[in-house]
Design a protein around this ligand. Structure first.
Ligand SMILES: [Zn+2]
Length: 347
């Protein structure tokens, strides 16, 4: 039995998310490994929606143990170095940090994600802690040096999959250029928060050639259209934005042609429960008069991005299928999402 109380072996009928739309399929899971085919099942145990390689597009796992009081501003909570989060992180010893990360990693898997893309604070040591505690995480490290230090960036990239930068505000453009160039030379992922609290210069951000950017709450339509043109996806985190009183402008992003992905952001604000966040996303899209079906594309976009940057093949040692059981009328069985390993020969 798995955590949902369901037997590990099952035959399920339903739909699989392929290229952002839903295709009929059957999944047979035997000995804990799932095989997917396009037939209709003769008999099945339950109906479900299936997603391969479900990746949470934006997380910070280190602050999972911090209890946040309501009503703090973005600056009070996350601005380095005096925000509550940074004070908390700098006061953690390695054991306590690793305890947070391990619990976060277990929760993310328990909620059904195959992987998560984490902006990891604390330089190389921070990245090593996450690597020790998680097989599945995609790690984007953050240099601690104020000046561009090629040795430090190389050190971080020897452990991490790339670099994740807080924002361009208050940072020397030359420093950012040097770091972004370095990451590109090593063919790794460069990503950055953008226009979360205030609007930031999108031309300066896109000139760094990021693999993706995060937030864009304060962006104009023109800024969003520029991301679409540059083919830079935007990771959105609606629950985290709502904590700070902001409504994520998802439909404007989509209307301007941008690719959107979903992240759960800081562990201190939001559980790494991507399926719940996806339902927040689709409710918000409905409220903004958009098509809630866009959620499937948004859930499939991170693995498309990682495949494009070739990280999926290298870093995800195990492939997972996320199963979202659909509750039938009168069905009282648990219906929480879960993940199963994919039988390699079915790929
Ligand atoms: Zn973030």
């Amino acid at each position: 039995m798995n955590a949902t109380g369901r037997s590990a072996d099952f035959t399920a009928g339903g739909y699989i998310v392929e290229h952002g739309s839903l295709e009929p399929c059957t999944v047979v899971c035997a000995d804990g490994k799932a095989e997917i085919d396009n037939s209709k099942p003769d008999r099945y145990d339950f109906n479900a929606v299936f997603i391969k390689d479900l990746v949470n597009a934006h997380t910070h796992c280190g602050d999972y143990g911090l209890k946040v009081p309501p009503g703090l501003t973005l600056e009070e909570l996350v601005a380095p170095p005096d925000g509550l989060k940074h004070k908390y992180l700098s006061g953690l010893d390695t054991g306590a940090l690793e305890d947070n990360i391990r619990r976060f990693d277990g929760a993310s898997a328990g909620y059904g994600s195959a992987s998560f893309i984490d902006f990891r604070e604390g330089g190389k040591e921070g990245c090593k802690a996450l690597r020790r505690c998680s097989r599945d995480a995609i790690i984007l490290g953050r240099p601690t040096s104020k000046e561009y230090d090629p040795e430090e960036v190389s050190d971080i990239l020897s452990v991490a999959d790339g670099i994740g930068i807080p924002s361009i505000s208050d940072m020397d453009p030359k420093y950012l250029e040097s770091v972004a160039d370095h990451v590109r030379r090593e063919r790794k992922i460069f990503a950055i928060h953008a226009s979360e609290r205030v609007r930031e210069d999108i031309d300066a951000i896109l000139s760094l050639d990021p693999a993706f950017i995060v937030h864009m709450c304060e962006a104009t339509d023109g800024d969003m259209a520029k991301c679409a043109e540059a083919e830079v996806p935007i990771a959105v985190c609606p629950t985290s934005n709502a904590y700070f009183g902001k409504e994520t402008p998802i439909v404007r992003m989509l209307d301007n042609g941008a690719d959107v992905m979903i992240g759960t952001d800081n562990g201190m604000l939001c559980e790494p429960d991507l399926i719940s966040e996806a339902s927040v996303f689709s409710s918000l899209v409905s409220k903004q008069d958009g098509d809630p079906g866009e959620v499937w594309k948004a859930l499939a976009n991170p693995s498309k991005l990682l495949n494009r940057t070739r990280r999926m093949e290298y870093q995800i040692s195990e492939r997972y299928l996320t199963v979202i059981p659909q509750r039938d009328k009168g069905d009282t069985r648990p219906s929480a999402p879960f993940r199963v390993k994919i039988e390699r020969r079915s790929e």
